[in-house]
Design a protein around this ligand. Structure first.
Ligand code: UDP
Length: 470
């Protein structure tokens, strides 16, 4: 497969339409484009704006825009999981498979068709497509290697794992055990009789056909699990290029523009002592219910800690039901010590402010990486998806986080949560905070010249440059 052509290799990039999946793959695409690869990004009309910032940086990147395939469970006009919540993954993956034929037609009519496809691992069906087109497919994981090991085990042992209350992951480093309710949501939602579930299963199982695997993680964070995956896959084409957004010059302003009133937040932060502020945010999708909102508000108040609490706003009906509603009088009572931000916060910028020392998080992978890079200690409240696995890695394995609460529907005991917040934020020079700072140093080192993540990225680019049209 070595090439002598002067034309740069053409790569088709296919992001999955969810904020936490799209952004890291676009960060990787940015790097590929900097190395002069010819890129086509596959997207749909309503997801095109998320690609626009990258297109302004690299006008030479092509887009391939297909109408979003219809699905009975996806309202007309909806093209992103963000508008559906986590359960929307099933219909969105099922709908995406309808793009197989249009892609083949496009590919066959192209004068310089792609020599490789890089697609999100939720779009694993593209590995069949790559085989059909006789080109290598690379599976991109915006998430971690530990999680990938757990996912592969679940899907590879579907019959024996389904129905177990606790699963022992024999073969993975230290044979971790997880309760059924803490397994990945995509696996838990599997029902044999549901055709969408069959598409989901086929898609996730097909990832093992990938020629290469790209992870948004880094050696010092998950080296042991990356080695495990290399043994599992039987080759070395497992690239850990994370934290990928750190490879870009300014990655603090990405995705949805921040809520316009965020300026005063930084003024307020400027006046706070180093490491004294707890940042509270549960990602792009999660809306807390009334009882959870009340318990969290109470805990923040009792903790006596400075905080920024990002609160998503729901639909009119959700607001009426108390979802995302901050108890009356809370903002005024806590003014000076705490700030409530409604809407979309500039998370990366806030986390990197010297005043922020802790991050109460649902442990979404992007949030975790952003927290690590900021050197913030994580207070873990995993809820669904890969979050329980991520929390285990941070709290029990690496010691850079502490357990705060657990479960999507859990209502924390406000006294207990206040105690966890107060104690962990006051701990000064030892323990968790020190380990978090050390992990930050290693993350920054990984993306520097000679660092392992930068080497892996260069290895991937080298591999892509070896490919040529069959
Ligand atoms: N995010 C943000 N502002 C917000 C909420 C979220 O910038 O108010 C970003 C956050 O920085 C992260 C992403 O949205 O990059 C959330 O991804 P994550 O994997 O943590 O969680 P998910 O939303 O997929 O559950």
């Amino acid at each position: 497969m070595t090439t002598t052509t002067k034309q740069p290799p053409h790569v088709l990039v296919f992001p999955y339409p969810a904020q936490g999946h799209t952004l890291p793959l676009l960060d990787l695409t940015h790097q590929l484009s900097l190395h002069n690869l010819t890129i086509t990004i596959l997207t749909t009309p309503k997801n095109l704006p998320s690609v626009s910032p990258l297109l302004s940086l690299h006008p030479q990147i092509h887009t391939l825009v297909f109408p979003f395939p219809s699905h009975p469970l996806i309202p007309a006009g909806v093209e992103n999981v963000q508008e559906l919540g986590n359960s929307g993954n099933l219909p969105v993956i099922a709908a995406s498979t309808k793009l197989y034929d249009p892609i083949v037609t496009w590919f066959k009519s192209h004068t310089n068709p792609p020599v490789a496809i890089i697609s999100d691992f939720f779009l694993g069906w593209t590995q069949h497509l790559a085989q059909h087109l006789n080109i290598p497919g690379f599976a991109f994981y915006p998430s971690g290697a530990f999680f990938a090991g757990i996912m592969n085990y679940c899907w590879g042992n579907l019959e024996s794992v389904k129905g177990l209350g606790v699963v022992d992951f024999v073969g993975l480093p230290r044979t971790p055990s997880f309760k059924e309710e803490h397994l990945p949501s995509s696996f838990r939602m599997y029902r044999e009789s549901d055709p969408d579930c069959q598409l989901l299963k086929d898609s996730l199982v097909a990832n093992k056909l990938s020629y290469g695997f790209i992870f948004n993680t880094f050696e010092s964070l998950e080296g042991e699990y990356l080695d495990f995956l290399k043994r599992e896959f039987g080759h070395e084409r497992v690239y850990a290029a994370g934290p990928i957004n750190l490879l870009s010059p300014d990655s603090t302003d990405r995705g949805i523009p921040a809520t316009s009133s965020s300026g005063h937040v930084f003024e307020w932060l400027d006046g706070c002592p180093d490491g004294s502020v707890l940042y509270v945010c549960f990602g792009s999708q999660k809306l807390l219910n009334k009882k959870q909102m009340e318990a969290l508000a109470d805990a923040l108040e009792k903790s006596m800690v400075r905080f920024i609490w990002v609160v998503k706003t729901g639909t009119a009906q959700q607001v009426e039901d108390g979802y995302g509603v901050v108890p009356d009088g809370f903002d005024d009572r806590l003014a000076g010590r705490g700030l409530v931000m409604r809407g979309w916060a500039p998370q990366v910028k806030i986390l990197r402010h010297r005043a922020v020392g802790g991050f109460l998080s649902h442990c979404g992978w992007n949030s975790i990486l952003e927290g690590i890079v900021a050197g913030a200690m994580i207070l873990a409240w995993p809820m669904e998806a890969d979050q329980f696995i991520n929390a285990r890695l941070l709290v029990e394995e690496l010691g850079v986080g502490v357990a705060a609460c657990e479960g999507a529907a859990a209502v924390p005991d406000s006294e207990e949560l206040a105690k966890v917040i107060g104690e962990s934020m006051s701990e000064e020079s030892t323990g968790v905070k020190m380990k978090a700072k050390e992990l930050k140093r290693k993350a920054l080192e990984a993306v520097k010249e000679g660092g392992k993540s930068l080497n892996d990225l260069n290895g991937l680019i080298k591999e892509l440059c070896k490919l040529k049209i069959q």
